[in-house]
Structures are given as C-alpha cells and as structure tokens.
Design a protein around this ligand. Structure first.
Ligand SMILES: Nc1ncnc2c1ncn2[C@@H]1O[C@H](COP(=O)(O)OP(=O)(O)OP(=O)(O)O)[C@@H](O)[C@H]1O
Ligand SMILES: [Mg+2]
Length: 342
C-alpha cells in the first residue's frame, strides 16, 4: 500500500493558505488546513501529519506556541515543522529554533525551493518512521522468540512431566472404585489438554518454528506434542544441535510432519520412531511406524490414490537435491527415509 503523505498548512491568511495549497497540490500530498493555532493543535493530534507548514504570526496562539506545545506532546512531538517567517527575521528564527522548528521558509517564498524542501523533509520523515516501525517489529520478534524458548524450556516441560507422572501414578495405583477411576481420568484429561494447549500456543507464536530453533529442536517439539496425545514415540537425534541450511531444515521438517500426519490418519498405531543422523556429508531422517502399512504400488498410482502427501514429500526432496524412500508392506508398518546433502 502506498502511503500518501499528509501536510498540514497553518496560516490565518486565507490567501496564503490557498497559495501554499496550489503550489503543493500537484506533488501528491493530502493537504489539510487550519486558520488558527488552536485548530492546528487539534488537527495535528488527529491527523499525525507528515509535515506542518506553520505561520509564525497568528492571532491567539501564535506559531511559536503551537510549535512548543506540539514538541511537548509525546504523541505528536516527532512531526516535522517548517516555520514560515518574514524575510530575514533573525529573532523569529532564533525563537523558532528554541521552540523546536525543523526548518524555516521566508515569506515571500520561492515556489521551487519550497516544494524541494517540503519533499525532502517528508521523505526523511517517512524514512525515519519506517526505521522506527522496523525496529519495533524486530523487538517484538525477539520478545516472541524469548517467550517461545521460555514456554518450551519451562512451562511445556513441567506440564508434560505432570501429565507423564500422573499416568505413571495411575498405572502403579489402579483406582479401585469407579468414582476414583473417573476422577483420575478427568485429572489426566486436564493434564493432557494443558500440555496440548501449551504446545499450540508455542506453534501459534511461531509457525515457522524450525527456522528459529533448528531442525532437531523443532522435531523434538513436534514429538512432545504427539507424546502429549499418548503416542509411544522415540527420537534418536544423532545431529545434536547442528544447524543445516534453512532450505534443508525446512524440507526435512515438512517431510517429518507429513509422515507423522500419515501415521495419525492411516497407520492405526501410535508406536513411532524418528531418527535424525549425519551420514558423511548427508543428513538422514527416518520416520518409522509399526502400523498397518499399505500397498506401495497402489498408493504410487495417482489414479488409485487420491492423496498428495507422499508425492509432495517426493517432490520436496527432489527439489532439495535429496532422495526419499518408502518401505512398506501391508501389516508391516511404514518406514520413510529422507536423505540429502547438508
Ligand atoms: N503411515 C501410513 N500407514 C498406513 N498407510 C499409509 C501411511 N502413509 C500413507 N499411507 C497410505 O498411502 C496413501 C497415500 O498417502 P498420501 O499421504 O499421499 O495421501 P493421503 O494421506 O491419503 O492424503 P493427503 O496426504 O493428500 O492428505 C494413503 O491414503 C494411505 O492409504
Ligand atoms: Mg498424507
């Protein structure tokens, strides 16, 4: 979206206001006008203009006072102000500088010079605002990042450990009465949903999680999510904290996600093993399940299989210069092996 800069012209003389408007109208600004200091202050707060052209001599609140008040109001303090003064009026300039004016234009003004100054100041101001916005966005991103780490290292671990210990407890002390069984069941369900919700919160804070925390940690987070759902899932991480290229990490992460989704949808098991290993100059990801398996020849035929998951995994790996192998037979589970140079 293109930003249309707003100029606020402040002058008690209607003729001068119109003259300024006519001079600047062709340069693509949105022009607003005020005929006195009070209105100028009100409009400045409402519009947050990109520039104020401010006449010094006005009845009531004069230009200096408008300038001082704007500078002392945090909301509008940064708006650039050009003061329009009488020719060579040094005293006015000095007072104007003290009041916080950015620049001065003498009356009568040279139209080319006026347009050039306005253009320069508006551009600089736009640039300054952009830098400020970007800085704020960076700070926010860092803050979010810290929050995700905190959630992952503290809250998520604790909540999931409460869930696991409760499960172990229920296993060691099987409830005798129906009522205790129901109550324990309800507590377990609460612990499980707390774990799931914490993980969902982390994912929503950071959808492209693997870009920031690395492939191994992102996979571990994914696995903890499955564990929270009661899966028996192991993770053998031979890669440690080693980082790969963004593309390699994203590709392998998406393959793992797709494979786990297939287990959830089709395998009829919750027993899974995931492994991430360095093999020479390559990295090898393996997702194995002990479910019902399937007939690979039928699934590979696009006319017989309506799904795109397996094909998209193949394509992703091919694009990244790697290979994808699927070993399966009905009744024997599925092993997905993705390998690429990284
Ligand atoms: N882990 C698995 N266990 C059992 N069958 C599987 C497994 N993974 C895939 N399949 C079988 O292979 C078929 C093709 O899988 P694919 O991922 O391409 O498609 P889909 O999962 O059906 O749909 P989509 O991935 O497009 O949502 C599945 O329909 C399913 O029959
Ligand atoms: Mg699928």
């Amino acid at each position: 979206m293109t930003h249309i800069p707003t100029l606020l012209i402040v002058d008690d003389d209607a003729g001068l206001r119109e003259l300024l408007r006519t001079l600047l109208a062709g340069d693509g600004y949105c022009i607003e006008m005020a005929d006195c200091g009070e209105l100028a202050l009100k409009l400045a707060a409402e519009l947050l203009p990109d520039l104020i052209l401010l006449d010094v001599m006005m009845p009531g609140v004069d230009g200096f006072e408008v300038c001082r008040r704007l500078r002392s109001d945090a909301m509008v303090a940064d708006v650039p102000i050009i003061m329009v003064t009488a020719l060579n009026d040094r005293t006015s300039r000095l007072i104007g500088i003290e009041a916080g004016a950015d620049d001065f234009i003498d009356k009568p003004f040279d139209s080319v010079e006026l347009r050039a100054r306005v253009r320069t100041i508006v551009r600089l101001n736009r640039f300054r605002r952009l830098i400020e916005e970007r800085h704020r966005a960076d700070l926010l991103e860092e803050e979010k990042q810290r929050l995700v780490y905190d959630l992952h290292d503290n809250l998520a671990q604790r909540v999931s450990s409460v869930h696991q210990q409760l499960q172990a407890f229920a296993h060691r002390h099987p409830p005798r009465s129906k009522q205790t069984q129901e109550e324990l069941g309800a507590i377990l369900q609460l612990a499980q949903s707390a774990t799931r919700e914490t993980r969902q919160l982390m994912t929503s804070l950071q959808p492209e999680v693997q870009e920031n925390v690395g492939l191994a940690t992102a996979l571990r987070m994914q696995i903890e999510e499955c564990q929270a759902e009661g899966w028996d899932i192991a993770f053998d991480n031979g890669l440690g904290g080693e980082r790969l290229s963004t593309n390699a990490e994203a590709t392998l992460f998406k393959v793992a996600q797709e494979a786990l989704t297939n287990v959830r949808k089709h395998a009829e098991t919750q027993r899974v093993a995931l492994s991430l290993q360095r093999v020479g100059s390559s990295v090898r990801l393996e997702v194995r399940d002990w479910g019902r398996g399937f007939d690979l020849t039928a699934a590979a035929n696009p006319r017989l299989s309506g799904g795109i998951g397996l094909r998209s995994m193949q394509n992703r790996m091919k694009l990244a210069g790697g290979t994808l192998e699927i070993c399966t037979q009905p009744g024997e589970g599925v092993t997905v092996v993705a390998e690429l140079q990284a």
